[in-house]
Design a binder for this molecule. Structure first.
Ligand code: NOJ
Length: 717
């Protein structure tokens, strides 16, 4: 898809000196002071720079950052275009992860929306805002499958399921890149972290990973395959090694699989200083070796280590790196610069952005993402009486935006206290904890309330890059608070603002209702308050399992059976997994309650068997269910289809998500939902990455979460 620009690319390439070519492969960090800025200008003029990352530190997602500097970057661009010999425009990248000035839900929460349409719409808004600030390229979406919520970066990903992750990847990339990457409102996207970073051992950030070929091809790679098919412009090579082989020096991953098997035509940028860090990883003796290893493996652009800038020329002159390899890397970078329209429109023109429209989208996306985990009839709240509010997140603002917010405005995000007060009708009396963080006399008036709502959770500071935790349990003080609230004999609701599935076993018995509101960006608090009062009906489904306790990690729905033929996740011999804990999750993948009630009919199917040859030729099973809304509210249900390949040459998961549809059904109405299931759903990847379709029986499950027992069996003969 990007090769279509190659004629123009080759004309440009033919005029470049070796030094200028290598310059295109060099991404530098934004200057932090006047001296650095002068040096950067000099390098740009000499053709030594291809890109600038608008970040000051490697862990920009958690550090306070300067705002964007539109004019200064226009000046850098002017020097590149008008004063350097090659005249090639720079491409400016920034971590615009889940929002720019308007902040959308953290990606993990966004996945809970199970809604590609709103995802695409939201990321279109994000692209518009960022593009207006002289940003051409974002380092998003992150596609790391992860089953370990201790890892702080689970927040940036899409949870534990590759099918859902693939759909989210497509929608996010479409939102960022639009129909036309050269549009002034589009951003080039970057699928990251390629590959396997989500398997960091023990959830410790930057650590090694050990990934079997089966897991690699069937779980880790699919979202990247989908990203490439969706036309993602760039891919980021990750920090980690896989089985002892750093990805950044791996021809297998960067060339044979990414370009060979997946057909990627854009360019690969490394993660922060990953080239020079090959020395730390012990596979290169010095940075010269690391430059050689990375370029030969298939890296195109070196993020900030300056190793390509300093070493590649002499490596080519000494014959250790062929100029053809350099040409190929430059070709890929130029393809994207052309596709992005940078040659035609290198500068950023000032323009007005309608933030109000984006804030409305952010609220809708937030509401779609929140997951009602428990409801003993306390929700929605009544529109009268006295509500008592307490909890450590009651007045939080910045926390609600989540990690990786470089340009988001916390001051426009209402706190939960503010939002709750403005959404509550005038018939509601609100009393608060008056800012107390301990159980003291200031809470005495709570005796007079009808219901207590606790704003709970965790700070964004314990999520994101280099922010892992050893224990995912909600804090003891919050458990004490809920226990105390319950001891007053009041109905108690917990609203959880978090960036990971927290372990809630300790607190859950004291709460009559639990809404997982995540860190959902600018409109987190308002969307949560609207859900509590029933102005919106909850409809999110969790994209990740909620473990009962940290010790259950990893626990995920798409596991295989034990040798005993059972899978404890599904409640079979669940007490045998541990002596001190059940093997079932607290809340399973795909789970989320509504205020209304849906009845899903038995599954019907157009055929009970199809010959393998016909499946290979594109024939598919059509499964259908009727979904009746028999409750008291209009509401949305996410109908999920799972398969289980019963006998196979490799052990297959007990259930695998292969389709979902989110539908709005008015109360009293019924919707018919159909799924076409064929060759892309029924096969799997073998250990060499070959796609295998085999004969056999398949159980098909259709329901409201992964535990459904609504099943039909079909055969591929
Ligand atoms: C390191 C992070 O791993 C990556 O996700 C990010 O895009 C880069 N830093 C650039 O800030």
């Amino acid at each position: 898809m990007y090769k279509e620009f190659d004629k123009r690319v080759d004309e440009i390439l033919a005029k470049l000196t070796l030094k200028q070519k290598i310059g295109q492969l060099n991404q530098i960090q934004q200057p932090l002071n006047v001296e650095q800025a002068e040096l950067v200008k000099k390098w740009i003029k000499e053709g030594l720079v291809g890109s600038i990352i608008q970040a000051g530190t490697s862990t920009a997602g958690n550090d306070g950052q300067d705002g964007v500097r539109v004019d200064e970057f226009n000046e850098f661009q002017r020097i590149a275009v008008e004063e350097s010999d090659s005249g090639i425009p720079l491409i400016f990248g920034r971590d615009v992860i889940h929002g720019h000035h308007t902040v959308m839900p953290i990606p993990l929460a966004g996945a809970a929306a199970f809604n590609p349409e709103i995802t695409e719409k939201a990321y279109r808004c994000v692209a518009k805002e960022a593009a207006a600030d002289n940003i051409h390229w974002t380092f998003s979406p992150m596609m790391d499958i992860c089953t370990d919520p201790r890892w702080g970066r689970m927040v940036e990903g899409v949870g534990e399921d590759p099918y859902l992750a693939s759909r989210v990847a497509e929608a996010t990339i479409k939102g960022f890149q639009g129909d036309d990457l050269s549009d002034e409102n589009s951003l080039a996207a970057c699928a990251k972290h390629y590959l396997g970073y989500g398997f960091s051992e023990g959830g410790r950030d930057y650590h090694r990973t050990e990934i079997s070929d089966y897991t690699l091809y069937n779980k880790v790679l699919p979202p990247f395959r989908a990203s490439v098919a969706a036309g993602v412009a760039t891919v980021m090579s990750s920090f980690n090694d896989i089985n002892g082989q750093p990805v950044t020096s791996s021809k297998k991953y960067l060339t044979d699989i990414l370009r060979g098997k997946l057909g990627f035509e854009g360019f690969v940028v490394t993660d922060w200083a990953t080239v020079s860090r090959l020395v730390n990883q012990g596979v290169c003796e010095n940075v010269r070796d690391s430059a050689k290893a990375a370029i030969n493996a298939g890296v195109d652009m070196d993020m900030v280590s300056k190793t390509f800038m300093n070493e590649l020329e002499s490596l080519v002159l000494s014959g250790e790196v062929s100029e053809d390899i350099i040409d190929e890397a430059v070709r890929r970078v130029l393809r994207i610069k052309i596709a992005k329209g940078l040659f035609e429109r290198p500068y950023c023109a000032e323009r007005e952005i309608d933030m109000q429209e984006h804030i409305a989208v952010s609220r809708e996306f937030a509401a779609e993402s929140m997951v009602l985990l428990k409801n003993n009839g306390v929700l929605p709240l009544k529109n009268e009486g006295t509500v008592a509010l307490a909890g450590p997140m009651l007045r939080a603002k910045r926390e609600l935006l989540g990690t990786w917010v470089l340009d988001g405005k916390a001051d426009i995000a209402p706190s939960f206290l503010e939002a709750f007060s403005s959404v509550a009708g005038e018939n509601i009396k609100i009393i608060t904890d008056k800012g107390s963080t301990v159980l003291d006399d200031s809470l005495a008036p709570f005796y007079n309330s009808d219901v207590i709502v606790l704003a709970l959770g965790e700070s964004h500071e314990v999520t994101g890059e280099a922010r892992s935790v050893a224990d995912i349990s909600i804090s003891k003080s919050q458990v004490e608070l809920a226990k105390w609230a319950k001891s007053l004999g009041k109905k108690t609701v917990g609203v959880l603002f978090c960036g990971r599935p927290l372990a809630l076993s300790e607190i859950e018995p004291y709460l009559d209702g639990i809404l997982c509101a995540w860190h959902c960006g600018t409109e987190t608090a308002t969307a949560a308050a609207e859900i509590l009062f029933g102005d919106r009906v909850p409809c999110g489904k969790t994209p990740v399992t909620f473990p009962r306790c940290t010790g259950q990690i990893p626990i995920y729905y798409n596991s295989t059976v034990a040798i005993t033929g059972v899978c404890s996740y599904y409640g079979q011999a669940a007490e045998r997994s541990y002596c001190d804990m059940l093997g079932t999750p607290l809340y399973p993948f795909g789970f989320g309650l509504s205020y209304t009630k849906f009845n899903i009919s038995a599954i019907s199917c157009n055929k009970t068997e199809i010959p393998l040859a016909d499946i290979k030729n594109g024939e598919s099973f059509v499964f259908s269910v009727d979904v009746a809304n028999v409750g008291e509210f209009d509401g949305k249900e996410t109908v999920q289809l799972y398969i289980h390949d019963k006998i196979s040459s490799i052990m297959r998961p007990v259930r695998e998500l292969k389709g979902f549809k989110k539908v709005l059904i008015k109360k009293g109405e019924t919707a018919n939902i159909e799924f076409n299931i064929g060759k892309t759903h029924l096969g799997f990847y073998g250990n060499n990455g070959e796609y295998l379709l085999e004969k056999g029986e398949f159980d098909i499950f259709v329901g409201g979460n992964c535990l459904t027992n609504n099943k039909i069996t079909v055969k591929v003969i």
